[in-house]
Design a protein around this ligand. Sequence first.
Ligand code: NAD
Ligand code: WQD
Length: 350
Amino acid sequence: MQLKKNTISNSKILVTGGLGYIGSHTSVELIQQGFEVIIVDDLSNSSPSVLEGIKKIIDYPITFIELDLKDKNSVKDLFELNPDISGVIHFAASKAVGESRIKPIEYYENNLVSLINLLKEIDKKGDSFPFIFSSSCTVYGQADQLPINELAPIKKAESPYGNTKQVGEEILFDALIANKCLRVVSLRYFNPIGAHPSGEIGELPNGKPQNLVPFITQTAAGIHKKLSVFGNDYPTIDGTCIRDYIHIVDLAKAHVIALRHITLKNQVKSFEVFNIGTGKGSTVLEVIKTFEKISGQSLNYEISPRRKGDITAAYADTRKANKVLGWEAELSLEEALISAWKWEKKIREL
Ligand code: NAD
Ligand code: WQD
């Protein structure tokens, strides 16, 4: 395949959690944009088969190292053996909100110790060093104003998982003040959905999915009898909650653009936060109707009680990312659901 020539020198990028959902799609975009990529992953929530999927799309050599970032000696060896790592995109984390309430200590350990181990090695670097952090719209809780911009107050986290994102950003902010080389972009994702249009990689939820779109596609594939719609008595147009669903490929591209942005910028110290969403909110029932339209089948669903901890509405004000990064989401909800459904049918061999 034709790869773009990368104009940024010394551009070997470490992608942690690169076999996961967002990391795999971002690795594809990075390679297609001419970056050299080293993926590390401990396979705690992914499978080696994802690497095969990535290779089918890019047809280009890719380095994968199985490694647990909680192990500080392994992280030290990684950086010593790869002194030319010139930037990190840090996806590796545990991400299930409900599970984090049951295993809070494991979540704090995995999400924060991994980050600290990386920062300890980056501290030894002499040149400016870009670091992109996977943050989440969850840091805003139920924002007082919609759409949500980056200046919206951070609300008390609803879960230990959410707190690891807030504390992670604080750790990075403090690290940046003390380290003159570090440059940080924290991307606060809204709701990533869909799969690569090739059908070679997509989301692989562990067990019963908690998120709406994989539950929809699994229900349509016959794995679950019906989808529960959690509440229809919210103060929204149809009573169901509103979220900002962003196509995974748009989200992946935002990382490459953010990486170029901090790498090329002539400013030594910087900590920048960007909302990454479409700017458009959709209700749960709108997502269901759109899925029914693109799949041509009716979905079995019922209205159930509200899910504890759910907020009424969240969608992004993306003007900062549009203006400063020159990035905007290009793909529609329909396109995202088409790709999600194609992926579900492929993995279920339907
Ligand atoms: P994912 O679980 O699919 O990917 C994370 C990857 O990290 C997995 O492959 C897992 O095996 C790996 N990993 C976990 N702990 C590790 C460790 N100690 N060492 C090495 N590898 C480790 O999750 P995702 O959906 O791709 O999310 C990526 C990042 O984005 C996470 O930080 C998550 O919190 C954040 N995020 C995700 C969403 C979402 O809805 N998917 C939304 C906002 C933020
Ligand atoms: C979306 C909407 C549900 C499942 C979660 C995390 C958040 C972030 C993104 C990482 C809600 C409704 C869902 C179902 C339903 N992740 N729903 N039936 O809750 O916005 O955010 O993922 O940072 O931290 O909390 O996403 O996909 O779970 O739910 O009715 O079976 O769909 O109530 O309104 P959410 P979601």
